[in-house]
Design a protein. Structure first.
Length: 346
């Protein structure tokens, strides 16, 4: 090693004489004697600017246009597919519905219309309160059951669970009446033909050459499968997962809680809610696109006539739902919640 290299020793590694061992090094302290903050605020770069609104609007327009192109291509493809002789034979063999194995009286009893309205009213408010729970950071009010101070929950959760209980009661009444009156045949498949007929109905819907509606007498197979999945699969899943996440779940049941973790319930509950949202959108769209006067009379007037009676009852039902939607806030809910427990602020 040359002399030049031997003298280029960094100051930090220089040898300290033995006579200076008692003198502290003049190094900058690296430890702060205090409490570390939970979150370290990171300053945003000076160059970071909010994205203009007009660029987001253009992105939405391009996305909508792309979806429109994909939908148009799907319709054209299915229409070309159904023009093939083999598909024509398939449609002739499976027109979209089958004759039920058990005869059922045509029409809809008034109790079905009332059940339909109550279910719709409760479901809309359940979805609203559920979405509020997911986005609510600091609840403004809380509810505590009498005699159980540890059961304190936000007022929104209390409202959501109260609606769930009413929805379950309404659902149990619906299912009991469904089997007592024999109308279960309408929404429960009684033949394996339901699957090819459901495929046929789906292809006809996509092609915009829609199957003939006979809802007063018999649902098509795609409708039947959708109603069956909603009543007997999605609804029980929503109830079971909701019960696991609620305060009614037994807290001392350790083995049961390990066998059915709350994470599983959370992973299923939200997708089930999304299914209900999509089902409602599709259901309402088809009601209006496939003869809304007759369909609304089926649901709200128990009639097969093409009149405006069912439509005006539907409008009144929408007004009631809108009132419930805007009334679902602490100022209105607190007096009701006080009847069943204690309401407090933060």
């Amino acid at each position: 090693m040359t002399a030049a290299h031997s003298t280029a020793v960094p100051a930090a590694t220089a040898v300290v004489p033995a006579s200076d061992l008692g003198t502290p090094l003049s190094a900058k302290p690296t430890v702060w004697h205090g409490t570390a903050p939970r979150r370290i605020a990171v300053a945003a770069p000076a160059s970071a600017r909010p994205r203009p609104v007009w660029t987001q609007a253009i992105a939405v327009l391009f996305g909508a246009a792309a979806l429109g192109v994909i939908a148009g291509a799907a319709v054209a493809f299915v229409r070309a597919l159904l023009s093939l002789p083999s598909l024509q034979d398939f449609l002739a063999a499976f027109p979209g519905e089958y004759e039920p194995a058990i005869a059922v009286e045509a029409g809809f009893a008034p109790w079905i219309g009332w059940q339909h309205f109550f279910n719709m009213f409760l479901m809309v408010l359940i979805i609203r309160s559920g979405l509020t729970i997911r986005t609510e950071k600091r609840p403004t009010a809380f509810w505590t059951p009498r005699g159980d101070p540890k059961g304190k929950v936000s007022l929104t959760i209390w409202f959501h669970q109260s609606l769930d209980l009413l929805w379950l009661i309404n659902g149990v009444i619906f299912i009991v009446l469904l089997f007592v009156t024999g109308h279960w045949v309408r929404i429960v498949p009684t033949s394996w033909e339901v699957f090819p007929n459901a495929l046929s109905a789906a292809l006809q819907y996509v092609s915009f050459d829609w199957p003939t509606e006979h809802g007063w007498v018999n649902y098509n197979s795609l409708q039947q499968l959708a109603y069956f999945a909603t009543v007997f699969i999605a609804a029980p899943l929503a109830a079971i997962t909701g019960f696991r996440m609620s305060g009614m779940w037994p807290k001392n049941a350790e083995k049961l809680s390990k066998a059915y973790p709350i994470e599983w319930a959370r992973a299923v509950h939200f997708p089930v809610m999304l299914y209900f949202v999509l089902f409602i959108i599709g259901h309402v769209a088809l009601v209006f696109l496939t003869g809304f006067l007759r369909n609304l009379n089926h649901m709200f007037a128990s009639s097969d006539a093409v009149t405006w009676t069912g439509f005006w009852v539907f409008v009144a039902a929408m007004v009631v739902i809108a009132i419930g939607w805007f009334a679902a806030r602490p100022l209105v809910l607190a007096p009701v919640a006080k009847l069943f427990g204690q309401v407090s602020g933060r």
